[in-house]
Design a binder for this molecule. Structure first.
Ligand code: FAD
Length: 282
């Protein structure tokens, strides 16, 4: 993990585009709460197959207008070069300087393959079209991507994105510190020299977390699963326990040299703020 120490620490928060006027109002309140923590940027997810394209654009523009740095996620699967080019132009016009470049997942029922195969092609395309205008973030998987045929190939594929011009990476969330440490060490051996910021998922709802984790290949270790299950309907105790576990993980990550933290906020300020305050207090 030594190589990660050289990078300045970046703290960032992730939102998804709201689906209703009430959701948009709630997100403004969340943003105003979280801006007090002085993050480097707020990122906004992009729906599979471009399903939230307009929502992502509207949300990042609003964040920028509030005087903050916004980073749209941009997934390329099923998309054309023309469509991505037009979106990049809109982001440039709105003062956006950072993009999270992803392959994404094809929504079920959608057949259009599009002009991009993997995220490394999107990174190359963004660089070819806009030179160094954007800081490009890519996704990293310390517990490996669910479709990866082998861990070695997944690492090599991660390197392709870095070689294509990625500036930094944000990881899928994880609760196994060793997975991250070893991933970072392997990257160092492959000559990858960019910040790899751990993605942090606060624990607030066991069933939702279990569903997400099964889908994205993030492991909830058995001891943690068993403890979370045991809280049953006692959500307050589950949240207190979850906050303690995640704060401890963040503490260990920063102590080991992680170059910041990226919080999957789920559009809620409370869980992230709670972890942040406990981290500072410790
Ligand atoms: P890639 O880097 O292309 O990798 C996908 C798979 O293909 C991996 O198994 C990899 O090993 C393999 N691979 C990569 N390159 C090659 C190659 N050249 N040849 C052969 N195999 C290759 N999803 C959304 O829909 N919207 C979002 O906003 C979103 N935000 C995310 C943010 C973060 C930080 C993370 C970690 C994930 C996010 N995702 C999002 C999920 C992501 O879209 C999925 O995990 C998707 O399945 C892979 O995207 P990727 O960019 O990692 O793909």
């Amino acid at each position: 993990m030594n190589s990660q120490n050289q990078f300045p620490r970046n703290f960032s928060f992730e939102f998804f585009p709201p689906k209703s006027p009430e959701g948009a109002e709630k997100l403004r309140a969340t943003r105003d709460e979280l801006r007090k923590l002085n993050p480097s940027f707020f990122s906004v997810t992009f729906g599979a197959g471009g399903s939230t394209q307009q929502g992502t654009l509207d949300t990042v523009v609003e964040i920028q207008k509030a005087g903050l740095n916004a980073a749209p996620h941009l997934s390329c699967i099923g998309s054309t070069k023309e469509n991505i080019r037009a979106l990049l132009q809109k982001y440039k016009e709105n003062g956006i300087r950072r993009i999270v470049a992803l392959r994404g997942d094809m929504p079920s029922g959608m057949r259009e393959a599009g002009e991009f195969g993997h995220a490394n092609e999107l990174v190359s395309f963004i660089r070819a079209e806009t030179a160094r205008h954007f800081h490009i973030e890519v996704a990293a998987y310390p517990e490996f991507h669910p479709q990866a045929t082998t861990a070695t190939k997944d690492l090599q594929n991660f390197k392709r994105k870095v070689d294509a011009g990625a500036d930094s990476a944000i990881t899928q969330y994880f609760y196994n510190l060793d997975a991250y440490s070893r991933f970072v060490d392997d990257c160092e051996h492959l000559g990858i020299n960019i910040p790899i910021v751990p993605g942090i998922m606060p624990i607030t709802n066991y069933h939702q977390l279990a569903r997400f984790s099964d889908a994205c290949g993030a492991e909830i270790p058995r001891w943690l699963r068993k403890r979370l299950e045991a809280f049953g309907d006692d959500l307050n105790s589950l949240r207190d326990f979850g906050a303690d576990v995640v704060t401890h993980l963040c503490e260990q990550l920063l102590a080991a040299g992680a170059p910041g933290l990226h919080f999957y906020t789920m559009n809620q300020a409370g869980p992230t703020t709670g972890i942040w305050r406990s981290l500072n207090a410790r």
